[in-house]
Design a protein around this ligand. Structure first.
Ligand code: ADP
Length: 542
């Protein structure tokens, strides 16, 4: 027997309608690429999104068509999110850090009709537009006064495009299973793959991530997503914040310590979200300037593992709690959160930091399991590790325009990560499966070694890779970028790491390098390094 309840679709424009009606005066503050700080409210955002939806209609954008964005986190990008998806088309966020050939590939693969572009990223479109096969026009996210000279054909100014449009727009009746937003993985091997989020998956993800056990966002929160809207929708903040009425502070292109500090202090931000490298930059700046963050309560760290030294620095110097989170493009992206509970807060700090360095428990909606190579489930004892598989309503079932399923026969998605799960359900990422170092019969976590090395005061960035070894198959090699003005040797780093990791897993060698390569999502690009240093230990022994 069926239940008797209404079948109300879960659709994206309802989030902004709700915010405008019940939290209409909550602010959206943006640092603009033009240099100024812009502020307005959810009520204003709704009106302008409707004007843009009318403009899209005039341009002939139809349901299901893809519209690209190459833009920072600002209020205009936010409006594009709502106007495009809300009118039934698909917002395709393009990561400007992808290689040019990858950008061309995804724009053509997605069949983008229009691209909304920030002034900063205009050169990318100028360089590549002749290779874009389906593009009808480019809209520059600025006003008439800041319109640049450009040789691009069919260029429009965002503010002029929407200026004379009606503020009235009736969102079409959308099927909530319809595609809403398209995001490509960064594809370190092969072409990037598209993940097409639906309206329903987006709303469920927002509901899951806003809850107390998730990112804990409410109408009193002041949220600063440093994670970009050009990759996995800034971890869903542009949806979860209006759902709750939280104030949003968009950093634009200002990801450096000075710009972030200024915005955090002046807007009284209490919740920060971003990847570890951004926080390292912020912490270094605060240290140099002898400043303390006054308003920040929690710092959500994800995308790569949060080192204990970072968890400790935020706690001891800024009284801010690091909330470690894990997810991936295919998961919209949120999977697990190490949310603070009371019991947790009462632990002695060293135990608490160790627990905070785990990626946490799944938010309701996400299921996890760890398995061995035969698919047999591993024990959840915090020691046994295995391939991490996931299931849930905001997890991809297949990639965009691909026929075959991305799931195994029981409907699980293999994340490519290796993890442990402890008896209380806290998951910890050991490594990406391809990055784990296989030394004799043992596995060594490159993440664990990197996190130990990064705590050394002279180390700015650390990367561990497995390189060939005549006896043990593979052994760890540590590559280190020293902090500016610092000097130190291999012995000092290895001594610092001793006692923090198992002795037998200590790197066989430490190499100082000027810089390390990163993927478009800021992760260490280990593939090329493995190739480059493959024979390092063998050559050293000769
Ligand atoms: P891509 O670079 O392909 O777009 P994503 O941005 O989707 O990848 O990143 C997903 C991967 O990032 C995860 O599978 C995991 O390996 C890594 N990751 C994400 N969060 C964390 C974390 N908190 N700790 C360690 N690794 C993480």
């Amino acid at each position: 027997m069926l239940g008797n309840m209404q079948k109300q679709g879960l659709v994206i424009p309802d989030l902004l309608e709700h915010a405008a009606k019940y939290h209409g005066s909550s602010e959206i503050v943006s640092r603009m690429v033009e240099g100024d700080i812009h502020r307005y409210t959810y009520a204003d955002a709704l009106i302008r999104s409707k004007q843009l939806a009318n403009a899209l209609k005039r341009l002939g954008v139809s349901s299901g068509e893809r519209v690209g964005t190459l833009a920072w986190n600002t209020f205009r990008h936010f409006e594009v999110y709502y106007a495009v998806s809300g009118s039934g088309a698909i917002t395709h966020t393009i990561n400007p850090r992808l290689f040019p050939e990858q950008i061309t590939y995804i724009v053509n693969h997605a069949n983008d009709r229009y691209i909304f572009v920030d002034l900063t990223f205009l050169p990318i479109v100028e360089a590549l537009h002749e290779q874009f096969t389906s593009l009808k026009g480019v809209i520059i996210l600025t006003d008439q006064a800041n319109m640049p000279e450009t040789s691009l054909p069919n260029v429009m100014c965002y503010e002029s495009l929407i200026a004379s449009e009606s503020e009235v727009f009736a969102w079409p009746n959308l099927d909530d299973e319809q595609g809403a937003t398209l995001c490509y993985t960064s594809g370190t091997t092969g072409n990037p793959k598209g993940v097409l989020y639906s309206h329903r998956s987006t709303i469920l993800h927002a509901l899951g991530s806003a809850q107390r056990e998730g990112l804990d966002i409410n109408c009193e929160s002041v949220v600063l997503p440093v994670v970009p809207m050009f990759h996995v929708c800034a971890w869903g903040i542009p949806y979860a914040a209006p759902m709750t009425g939280a104030k949003i502070v968009f950093p634009g292109a200002g990801m450096d310590g000075a710009s972030l500090t200024e915005l955090i202090q002046s807007e009284k931000v209490d919740l920060l979200l971003g990847v570890p490298t951004v926080w390292l930059g912020l912490l270094n700046y605060l240290e140099q300037e002898n400043q303390v963050l006054e308003s920040v309560e929690r710092v959500v760290v994800g995308g790569s593992a949060a080192p204990i030294s970072m968890i400790q620095a935020f706690d001891e110097k800024h009284n801010a709690f690091v909330v470690h989170a894990w997810g991936m493009t295919e998961m919209s992206p949120l999977g697990t959160v190490c949310a603070p509970t009371r019991a947790f807060k009462n632990l002695p700090s060293s135990e608490r930091y160790a627990l905070q360095s785990k990626q946490g428990r799944p938010v309701f909606g996400v299921q996890l399991k760890i398995v061995d190579d035969t698919g047999e489930e591993r024990k959840c004892d915090g020691v046994d590790f295995g391939r991490l598989l996931v299931k849930g309503p905001w997890i991809a079932a297949q990639y965009f325009l691909e026929d075959e399923t991305a799931l195994d026969t029981d409907g699980w998605f293999d994340t490519g990560d290796v993890a442990t799960i402890d008896p209380k359900g806290f998951m910890q990422i050991v490594d990406r499966k391809k990055d784990v170092i296989k030394s004799g019969g043992e596995w060594i976590s490159s993440i664990e070694l990197e996190n130990a090395a990064i705590g050394h005061p002279s180390v700015q960035e650390a990367c561990v890779i497995g390189v060939l070894h005549p006896k043990w198959d593979e052994r760890p090699l540590l590559l280190v970028v020293l902090a500016e003005g610092e000097a130190c040797d291999e012995g000092s780093i290895l001594q610092f790491m001793t006692g923090k990791v198992a002795k037998w897993s200590l790197p066989d060698a430490v190499l100082m390098v000027d810089s390390l390569p990163h993927t478009a999502t800021g992760k260490l690009l280990k593939k090329d390094l493995r190739e480059k240093y493959k024979k390092f230990l063998i050559d050293m022994a000769d």
